[in-house]
Design a binder for this molecule. Structure first.
Ligand code: PMV
Length: 341
């Protein structure tokens, strides 16, 4: 290696899963395949200063404030990935990150955060180990990001992204994410809004690490993992034919299943809040009354991702959201994003 001090920087978007990853084995191997939309505006921007020949240590700053806990997590992560980046412990790091979306909004900052760190590390890897093929570099970034946070591996690609082996996507892998084949996606799914209602902005009561762990003893886990595979087969057909009604049904079912799994864990936990349920009921009533294509998904938190296609009807949906749904947020908080294609 030709190691020298360097500063690299990268930006990485967050993502929202349609078929959810919930439950994993050793070494961040997912218990089932998942697929997500990569967002357009919610991003983490990271700069990484590497000081060669200094004792290994990590300092992290989030929006200018030193974050010691995060630095400890990154130190451990860097030690874990040393087999894949053998130079990684040969210096000191100063990492500065900034999210373009509100802190603790429940938008997956671990996905964009680890995605951006993985991109920075791959730039350093290229500096020290020599030029590499662009596709290989991206794939390795996804592999490295996965070891930080599973869902982060999907943030390395735009559009619809698959992580976890499924027979429906021959290139898929448990080790890294791959883009879903673009020519198998109907155009209706390529310009989609995601407005995130910030129902509750505090810390989550149960982390996703603990949540994944509780799937080990969940009596419904095996059935759920099987269902995720079945849903992949259904989704593949839906994506091809452009059947938006079935798309809505499947995506909402996945979100509710994720939360049902939490409720059926031992010990049980509930991350939805009153506002989450109120919004869901209003969406269902609105759909019944208007037939418009507004639906939701949920992450491991109380906030609601409102999904709707960008078309001639989208303004009616936006009007409804502002008039009827914003009142259920904590401080009128909404992050207006869209899918990145
Ligand atoms: O990447 P993690 O370990 O934070 O898990 C995230 C899991 C969900 O966001 C709930 C679902 C998913 O597939 O992103």
């Amino acid at each position: 290696f030709n190691i020298s001090s360097q500063t690299v920087s990268a930006s990485c978007p967050s993502n929202i899963a349609l078929i959810k990853y919930w439950g994993k084995y050793e070494n961040q191997i997912p218990a089932n395949p998942s697929i997500s939309y990569t967002l357009n505006h919610c991003k983490t921007n990271t700069s990484m200063e590497f000081l060669a020949d200094e004792k290994f240590s990590v300092k992290t700053f989030l929006a200018g404030n030193e974050e010691k806990k995060f630095a400890e997590k990154i130190e451990k992560y860097f030690k874990d990935i040393e087999p894949f980046l053998p130079w990684i412990l040969k210096g000191k790091y100063i990492i500065k990150t900034e999210n373009t979306f509100p802190h603790s909004s429940g938008i997956a900052s671990s996905a964009s955060g680890f995605g951006a760190i993985a991109k920075c590390l791959m730039d350093l890897d290229e500096e020290f180990s020599g030029k590499m093929d662009a596709d290989f570099k991206l794939r390795k970034a996804s592999f490295i990001a996965r070891l930080g946070s599973g869902s982060a591996c999907r943030s390395l690609y735009d559009g619809l992204v698959v992580w976890g082996e499924t027979k429906e996507v021959p290139t898929s892998s448990d080790l890294f994410a791959v883009p879903y084949p673009n020519d198998e996606i109907h155009s209706v799914f390529k310009s989609f809004n995601d407005w995130v209602l910030l129902i509750h902005e505090g810390e989550k009561s149960v982390s996703s690490t603990v949540g994944h762990g509780l799937m080990k003893t969940n009596p419904y886990a095996e059935r759920r993992f099987k269902e995720a595979h079945e849903n992949f087969s259904l989704l593949k057909e839906i994506l091809k034919t452009g059947d938006i009604s079935r798309f809505m049904q499947l995506v909402e079912h996945e979100a509710l299943t994720l939360h049902a799994m939490m409720m059926m864990s031992e010990p049980a936990f509930i991350l939805m809040k009153t506002g989450t349920l109120e919004v869901i009921h209003k969406i269902w009533n609105f759909r019944k009354e208007t037939g418009l294509h507004l639906f939701f998904t949920l992450d491991a938190g109380a906030n609601v991702h409102l999904l709707f296609p960008e078309n001639a009807e989208a303004d009616k949906i936006r009007e409804f959201v502002v008039k009827e749904l914003l009142q259920h947020t904590q401080n009128g908080g909404v992050v207006k994003d869209e899918m990145r294609f």
